[in-house]
Ligand binder design. Structure first.
Ligand code: SF4
Length: 386
């Protein structure tokens, strides 16, 4: 039966998030939502229920994406300079496909990086032999894929044997993203992460010894003002034991409708100022020793996105970036915070732009902004910054 006559699979599903580093990856949802769903700072899956997707639906979805890409390749071979819109309307074989699936496949083929990201929050909750079926089918359909990655919880990884992880590595899982958040047991307990520092260390070491790349997400500010220093030191210590391939910073943003927001409003949680969070990040990086990890600040929530380098050789450079901010005058720190959060600045070099700096200094002066008031001002004027 040809593609045109075939009953085309329409049950395409897309999960809500992916890591920033997977912006150009094909997104393939293998489970729905988060089975844990209890972290106090996280609202992504609140009011949703976890479920497994039937394996046969996932396999069908892979096959359908493969069919769509086969058609796209045919079209582009005949006329290589078509735009996305032209391709979408170029061939009546597309008419029966789910439009979102069609767009996803088209975007991946034209602008993708040859990588696949498995959604949602913890794909390794699937039994390793089941997940291996999906991985192998992806590799079979797209032999040119260069990377398959997934989120996973440390708790889940610790329940899989080393053999299970090696099976996944053999089937083609290249990288796991873990939300470590903190290495401090007190912070992990308060945020209800469902894992201890030792649990994070064990899981990280298991992933590495299975030959899978490891990306650890750390959340500066999560200990609040009270546990800021402990959060920095214990996180550095956990990372030193793991030696992940990537350390990714994602500074705390407290979203309404989360338990942490309730704790903030009640006064139970006292959050850092942005200045305190920069001091905290500096302390963490200063205490990273004997590891060879790439540190990335690849999220807009981070004040300083230019923290980007490889340990150990770039440690001094990373500390210099943080010191450059910490050594600014109080007014320049406030102007920079305002510029970043209002979208006028990308990095510290932008402070040298006379026009933007003059304008922002004027805003600071009109609103009598100081280091003591800037955080509150931003909370009131930039809804995503809390
Ligand atoms: S495990 Fe991840 S997705 Fe699930 S609640 Fe915690 S932070 Fe959110």
């Amino acid at each position: 039966m040809g593609i045109k006559e075939k009953q085309v699979y329409q049950g395409f599903e897309l999960g809500p998030i992916r890591p920033p580093s997977e912006a150009r990856s094909l997104l393939l949802r293998v489970t729905r939502n988060c089975a844990w769903n209890k972290c106090t700072f996280c609202k992504v899956y609140k009011r949703t229920k976890f479920s497994f997707r039937p394996i046969e639906h996932i396999i069908q979805e892979i096959d359908t994406i493969h069919e769509v890409i086969t058609i796209i390749r045919d079209i582009l071979e005949q006329s290589p300079h078509q735009t996305v819109d032209q391709i979408q309307t170029a061939d009546d074989r597309f008419s029966s496909y789910n439009r979102n699936l069609l767009y996803l496949a088209l975007d991946w083929w034209l602008h993708g990086n040859g990588a696949v990201f498995l959604q949602d929050a913890d794909s390794l909750i699937l039994k390793p032999d089941q997940l291996a079926i999906i991985l192998e089918h992806l590799r079979y359909r797209f032999p040119w894929i260069n990377r398959i990655t997934s989120y996973a919880r440390s708790h889940t990884i610790n329940r899989i044997s080393g053999t299970g992880l090696k099976l996944l590595a053999l089937a083609g899982l290249n990288r796991i993203h873990i939300g470590m958040e903190s290495g401090s047991d007190r912070v992990l307990n308060r945020i209800n992460k469902g894992v201890t520092k030792q649990g994070h260390i064990d899981a990280g070491q298991l992933v590495k010894s299975a030959g899978i790349e490891l990306s650890e997400y750390v959340m500066p500010g999560l200990g609040g003002a009270e546990l800021s220093e402990e959060h920095a030191l214990e996180t550095a210590d956990a990372l030193n034991h793991i030696n992940p391939d990537f350390i990714r910073l994602r500074s705390l943003t407290i979203m309404p409708d989360t338990p942490l927001y309730g704790q903030l409003i009640s006064g139970e949680f006292k959050k850092n100022t942005e200045l305190q969070t920069i001091v905290e990040i500096r302390s963490m990086i200063e205490h990273l020793t004997d590891i060879a990890s790439i540190i990335k600040s690849d999220h807009n929530h981070n004040l300083l996105q230019e923290i980007d380098g490889t340990l150990p050789q770039d440690k001094h450079k990373l500390l210099q970036v943080l010191d450059a901010f910490l050594h600014l005058s109080e007014l320049d720190q406030v102007v920079f915070q305002l510029g970043r959060r209002m979208g006028y600045f990308q990095d510290l070099h932008d402070l040298q732009s006379p026009a933007r700096r003059t304008y922002l200094s004027k805003v600071c002066s009109q609103n009598q902004l100081t280091s003591a008031t800037i955080d509150q001002f931003l909370e009131q004027h930039t809804p995503l910054y809390m």
